[in-house]
Design a protein around this ligand. Structure first.
Ligand code: G1P
Length: 292
């Protein structure tokens, strides 16, 4: 069994739900308080013990590249003004080694993952989608929870959680049965964004995967599915039907930052947890609730 050394972040979408903000800025750069969403994702990957990161970028990718690049002018400005803590934080970000590949056409998540083929080569790899932020405090990072399951099964692992019935049509939904552990399911099938009537469960894939490299040859053959896009879920279901996919009900508070309400919840809750802001912000929220 391979050690998981590489992770892929697909970040090529148009972010149409956040236009006009996303016209010149990828949605993964939307800040949760003062940190772009993609940095939370990168930090989860690093905290899970993975150091090689590939970002699949699309239009307006410059902002992401600049964010993880070194910034000598900013650094000397912070140094001159004695802003040591900020300087350290900025240096930490530019010290992260990130690779980039461009997805030339927006053909769907499956196609985006296929763009990682050369980077990944013949190894299993982690994937985190830019829309799904998971808060775990000092607990085990969600991706690391999946890696531990991979170490048991040696197969692809899909991170999932239960969602409300009215939400099943927004996600890839899992059909499976618990095995070995009540939170680990052997997946027999997966359906991309089914109607409530067709959903086999309420377990939704929530943006975290450990994927074995046999996915690439399947993706090469995968035809456009839901929404006319090449769906990762459709390739995963081929693996699942061969008994090679498990799903893990990971622990953590997950935010769907890909929709406006989910994004606002993330900003508010992350702000409330901050030592420097939490108390004042809580008092302010109490004050305005009922007034507006
Ligand atoms: C993608 C996947 C879907 C998954 C979801 C998680 O959908 O296709 O299977 O459940 O991410 O956020 P998207 O939200 O990109 O439409």
């Amino acid at each position: 069994m391979y050690k998981i050394r590489k992770a892929v972040i697909p970040a090529a979408g148009f972010g149409t739900r956040f236009l006009p903000e996303t016209k010149a800025m990828p949605k993964e750069m939307l800040p949760i308080v003062d940190k772009p969403t993609i940095q939370y994702i990168v930090e989860e990957i690093l905290a899970s013990g993975i150091e090689e990161i590939l970002i699949i970028s699309g239009h307006a990718k410059r902002a992401i590249e600049d964010h993880f690049d070194s910034s000598p002018e900013l650094e000397s400005h912070l140094e001159e003004h004695g802003k040591e803590a900020l300087l350290e934080e900025i240096r930490k970000i530019s010290g992260i080694k990130v690779h980039y590949v461009r997805q030339p056409y927006m053909r769907g998540l499956g196609d985006a993952i296929l763009c990682a083929k050369d980077f990944v080569d013949d190894e299993p790899f982690g994937v985190i989608l830019g829309d799904d932020v998971v808060y775990n405090g000092k607990g085990e990072p969600a991706l690391h929870q999946l890696i531990r399951q991979y170490e048991k099964t040696g197969t692809t692992i899909v991170g999932c959680q239960m969602v409300a019935e009215e939400q099943v049509s927004s996600y890839g939904i899992i059909d499976g049965k618990p095995e070995m552990d009540p939170d680990l399911m052997k997946v027999s099938d997966m359906i991309e964004k089914p109607s409530v009537a067709k959903a086999p469960s309420r377990f939704a894939a929530l943006g975290r995967y450990v994927i074995t490299p046999d996915i690439f040859s399947i993706l090469e053959e995968t035809k456009p599915g839901k929404g006319g896009e090449i769906q990762l879920t459709d390739a995963l279901r081929v693996l699942a039907r061969n008994g090679k996919v498990y799903a893990y009900n990971f622990k953590g508070q997950r935010y769907d930052t890909g929709n406006k309400l989910g994004y606002l919840k993330a900003v508010v809750e992350f702000a409330l947890r901050r030592e420097d802001l939490g108390a004042d912000f809580r008092a302010y929220l109490k004050e305005i609730v009922g007034e507006m």
